[in-house]
Design a protein around this ligand. Structure first.
Ligand code: C5P
Length: 220
């Protein structure tokens, strides 16, 4: 039995940072499912694949859609590798997030990505970060965490993250975009963002990453 820790929650709740810290500490594999959806959105855009021609492009998608992650170094986002290229900064933009969130509401997209996500479950263990990791993809996982934080705090964190990537964003529009995306993710029909019944809820608004990891370790 391969152990899995799922970490779900809204954007900016700290999932990426915490997943990275745990993966590095435990030396486990990491799945950043948001980045997987972002990469699919990017690949579709680059290859003019859309919802209408998605089925007829299944072969190209199955053959070429192979993503891997490198937990990288603390403080920097988990690296997204696709076709021998580091596409981290290409996919981690707010524009890509918006496009991704629209595509991710579509069942055909979710069904396509399902097996890709499960392929990451390898020994010695997996840290899976996303929106439906504990509720749908790894519903049997023994350890489930739901991270949350106030929307203001989450927007502040996102702004710092984007600044580090050299991207300037207006706080007010960032707040609006974050709220729009959360609403879309929470209200969609397929795999909406909700805490798994058996998950542990952690509000990270007033905690630093180390404090969050400590709480998780106590739970584990
Ligand atoms: O986590 P991240 O912000 O990179 O995710 C981008 C978008 O991908 C989310 O807003 C959500 O719409 C979608 N997503 C999803 N299910 C997941 C992970 C991400 O629908 N498990």
């Amino acid at each position: 039995m391969i152990p899995v820790i799922t970490i779900d929650g809204p954007s900016g709740a700290g999932k990426g940072t915490i997943a990275q810290m745990l993966a590095l500490e435990l030396n486990w594999n990491i799945l950043d499912s948001g980045a997987l959806y972002r990469t699919l959105a990017y690949f579709m855009k680059e290859n003019t694949i859309n919802l209408e021609n998605f089925e007829e492009n299944q072969n190209i998608l199955k053959e070429r859609f192979k993503v891997s992650f490198d937990p990288g170094i603390p403080g920097e986002p988990v690296k997204v590798m696709f076709e021998n290229e580091d596409i981290t900064s290409i996919v981690r933009t707010e524009e890509m997030a918006k496009l991704t969130s629209t595509l991710a509401a579509e069942p055909v997209i979710r069904e396509f990505i399902k097996p890709c996500q499960r392929d990451f479950m390898k020994l010695p263990g997996l840290i899976a970060d996303g929106r439906d990791m504990g509720t749908v993809i790894f519903s049997d996982a023994k350890y489930k965490i739901y991270l949350t934080a106030s929307v203001e705090e989450r927007a502040k964190r996102r702004q710092t993250q984007l600044k580090r990537q050299g991207l300037e964003v207006n706080m007010r529009s960032l707040l609006r975009e974050l709220e729009d995306r959360d609403r879309k993710d929470m209200e969609r029909e397929h795999s909406p963002l909700i805490p798994a019944e058996d998950s542990v809820l952690i509000d990270t608004s007033n905690l630093n990453p180390k404090g969050v990891v400590e709480e998780i370790k106590t739970y584990l």
